[in-house]
Ligand binder design. Structure first.
Ligand SMILES: Nc1nc2c(ncn2[C@@H]2O[C@H](COP(=O)(O)OP(=O)(O)OP(=O)(O)O)[C@@H](O)[C@H]2O)c(=O)[nH]1
Ligand code: SF4
Ligand SMILES: [Mg+2]
Length: 406
């Protein structure tokens, strides 16, 4: 991840008075001693940058700044350097302590607002003092989100990260490829779309349409067939397709018909990367092997539809899993915005492809599961894992394979 250029990282600037714990907060978020901390006010003199992969936000650049409330020559130099960070931050974190908001914080907030940068107020040192209701109310009144934490004990740090996710500018989560980065312009991609009882009348489903569109945008050639058409499609091509994308429910049949040398994956796995976090969801899929008799599994779908007889979430996935685990499991279902407050009873969460949802919300769900140690994966990965073909289905994503199957 170090290779992600700075320009593509979400730049998060930590600002505030001297000694409020900006450096301590950076270290707590990074879980490393990156920035020097001391009780001496004015410890940080130049901005300290820490590039990292911060789940669920992705690649970020955390920037610790010098406290900018000081005066004098040295003070104004520090101020200049910290202000240059104000100019490039995509997200500003204004660090304070309980009940200590003053004119300085007001002017810092003004600077950030002038630059149209979203602001998160972090009230640090909660182990020493919690903010009063009035303090919280007046911050809210200024239109800012506020989170209380202790960089020293780690309390509330997960909430800080979750709030950053909520406030990060939307374009940080966009401009990604669904598939066009996996194939070259001019390449053929073979898409396998079974038309069964569950297929909507007269149209393709959204992940299929999105894949076709992204291939066309990238100058590649999508070729579409049903499972039975695979042999003819392969025969009609002079060269093998650059990739085969199948509906996950047809994985077993398709993996038999497509030669091993041709990269193969599913629409749902493409969606896990595009709308969620593929690495995290693959890691979680491995938890399927730990399931035991009576374990509770939560199945989540972003949109509610009337379940058909052979519904994937209600019938097919539960059957595949019971067969794989060789035991009875307890399945529960939730739709739309229903996301249980208490995730701890579940041994696994399985999410749909989230084609109708937004990535930020999905990342937040992944983050919430992660923070309580509950694995969260998705339909396609569950099917591939329970059919024993997960590694094959991940060949188009070598980085993920290297990260998870080392
Ligand atoms: N009790 C308590 N002390 C904290 C906390 N966070 C930071 N401190 C202490 O506050 C002092 C200042 O912390 P720093 O992280 O260096 O503060 P800073 O804002 O980076 O300070 P400058 O670099 O001088 O602007 C240190 O003694 C820290 O140990 C906290 O959550 N709780
Ligand atoms: S949002 Fe989920 S349940 Fe709805 S169509 Fe997309 S993948 Fe299926
Ligand atoms: Mg510091």
């Amino acid at each position: 991840m170090q290779s992600v250029p700075k320009s593509l990282r979400l730049q998060i600037g930590l600002f505030g008075r001297r000694n409020v714990g900006k450096s301590s907060l950076l270290n707590a978020i990074a879980r490393q001693q990156v920035s020097i901390v001391s009780e001496q006010a004015g410890t940080t003199t130049d901005p300290i940058e820490k590039p990292m992969e911060l789940l669920p936000l992705g690649p970020v650049l955390l920037i610790d700044t010098a406290g900018i409330d000081d005066e004098g020559t040295l003070g104004s130099l520090r101020k200049q350097r910290s202000e240059s960070v104000l100019d490039r931050a995509d997200l500003g974190v204004l660090v304070t302590e309980a009940d200590s908001w003053g004119l300085f914080e007001d002017s810092l907030l003004e600077e950030l607002k002038k630059r149209k940068v979203p602001v998160l107020v972090v009230i640090n040192k909660s182990d020493l003092q919690m903010p009063s209701k009035q303090n919280l109310f007046s911050i809210e009144f200024k239109g800012c989100a506020a989170v209380t934490c202790s960089a020293n004990t780690g309390d509330g740090i997960a909430d800080v990260i979750e709030a950053m996710l909520r406030l990060a500018p939307s374009d940080h989560f966009e401009c990604r490829h669904l598939i066009s980065d996996l194939v070259q312009p001019g390449d053929t991609a073979l898409l396998v779309t079974p038309i069964d009882k569950q297929a909507p009348k007269g149209r393709l489903i959204l992940p299929q349409v999105m894949t076709i569109r992204d291939l066309l945008d990238g100058g590649s050639i999508p070729m579409v067939c049903q499972q039975d058409g695979i042999p003819s499609a392969l025969e009609n091509l002079r060269n093998p397709p650059a990739i085969v994308i199948t509906d996950s429910q047809a994985f077993d049949l398709v993996s038999e018909k497509v030669p091993e040398s041709v990269p193969m994956t599913s629409f749902s796995i493409l969606m896990a990367r595009f709308q969620g976090d593929l690495t995290e969801m693959v890691r979680s899929a491995k938890a399927i092997s730990n399931l035991k008799e009576g374990d509770r599994v939560l199945i989540l779908e972003t949109c509610s539809h009337h379940p058909t007889g052979d519904d994937i979430g209600r019938v097919k996935i539960p059957n595949w899993l019971r067969k794989f685990v060789g035991a009875q499991l307890k399945f529960e279902h939730a739709h739309g915005r229903d996301f249980p407050e208490n995730l701890s009873p579940y041994k696994l969460v399985i999410h749909c492809g989230n084609c109708m949802g937004n990535r930020r919300e999905m990342l937040n769900r992944i983050h919430r599961c992660r923070s309580v140690g509950v694995p969260i994966t998705n339909y396609g990965l569950t099917i591939a894992y329970s059919l024993g073909i997960l590694e094959r289905a991940l060949k188009p994503f070598p980085n993920v394979l290297d990260n998870v199957f080392v």
